[in-house]
Design a protein around this ligand. Structure first.
Ligand SMILES: Cc1cc2nc3c(=O)[nH]c(=O)nc-3n(C[C@H](O)[C@H](O)[C@H](O)COP(=O)(O)O)c2cc1C
Length: 275
């Protein structure tokens, strides 16, 4: 198929999804002789728009995995904010070294329902939103090399297709989709951190960067230590604060963070799907 336009589309609170999606789009663009356009729907303003694509477009579409799935508060927008219009799409997920569970297959299915034809898929690893040690600094050079190879292969595959595929791309995961992953304590009781919000230390100089970077628009511009909105624990305010002033001190959050760092220290490797 003649690919006429290439897009990098992503939500990325701490930048790992952005890094991989852009790398794949740039790599595919080098093969196709196209420069990728970007749709970054991380911030609330971008999620007020509707994005329409058409036949001849190739869309690299990435989200992070939260609780083994497409982030639940983002799913309605991924379902309603995009019209595929017969464009080809590549679902890509980033996960924090535990597991992507059904995140990739859920994204694939959602894109198909939006009117895209999925032609490939991938799961990559990014530094965990809750941690500076779990998958620290990933995606790294090794991951980027996998992304480059995948980009070349998917671009060649898309260009060689005689027509849009009638079947979705094969990816790993369960269909029907399993319930959201629930962290558990040592007694097997669920650890619920849904209501947890970040705290702010005296180091805060009220520069307002966290207000601008919060994907949920949850932080009070008049007083950044006040978080009246919904917090999804995405890590944007914690990791982007130049003063290191935002942190979580909730016991259950810290327990889960510790359990993840201990239990999932092994290096998970990216998986790419071109079948
Ligand atoms: C609420 C929440 C839930 C998460 N759940 C998972 C998970 O189930 N499995 C996993 O490996 N990583 C999980 N992560 C980690 C992110 O998927 C990972 O750090 C990703 O690279 C973040 O992408 P970003 O940098 O684009 O925001 C979770 C992160 C958050 C904030």
């Amino acid at each position: 198929m003649k690919i006429k336009k290439l897009y990098a589309v992503y939500f990325s609170a701490t930048g790992t999804t952005e890094k991989i999606v852009r790398r794949i789009a740039d790599g595919a663009g080098a093969v196709l002789g196209l420069a990728a356009e970007t749709v970054d729907f991380t911030l609330p303003a971008a999620r007020k728009e509707h994005y329409s694509f058409e036949e001849g477009d190739l869309v690299i579409f990435g989200v992070p995995v939260y609780a083994g799935r497409v982030p639940n508060l983002l799913l309605p927008f991924v379902q309603s904010g995009f019209s595929g219009g017969g464009a080809l799409a590549v679902p890509v997920v980033l996960y924090g070294n535990r597991n992507y569970d059904d995140g990739l297959i859920e994204l694939r299915n959602t894109l198909e329902a939006d009117g895209f034809h999925t032609v490939a898929g991938a799961a990559f690893i990014g530094e965990h939103s809750f941690s500076y040690t779990l998958a620290a600094h990933r995606p790294d050079e090794q991951d980027l090399a996998v992304a480059d190879r995948f980009a070349r292969q998917l671009a060649e595959k898309a260009a060689a297709l005689p027509a849009a595929p009638s079947e979705p791309a094969h990816v790993n995961g369960c269909d029907p989709i399993r319930p959201y992953y629930t962290p558990r304590d040592r007694k097997g009781n669920p650890v619920n951190i849904l209501k947890v919000k970040p705290k702010t230390s005296d180091a805060c100089v009220k520069c307002g960067l966290c207000v601008k970077k919060c994907p949920m628009g949850a932080i009070d511009p008049a007083d950044p230590s006040n978080v009246p909105g919904i917090c999804i624990k995405c890590g944007a305010c914690v990791k982007k604060c130049p003063k290191g002033a935002k942190y979580y001190d909730d016991e259950k959050y810290l327990y889960h963070q510790h359990e993840l760092e201990e239990g999932f220290a092994r290096r998970a490797e990216p998986e790419t799907f071109l079948g």
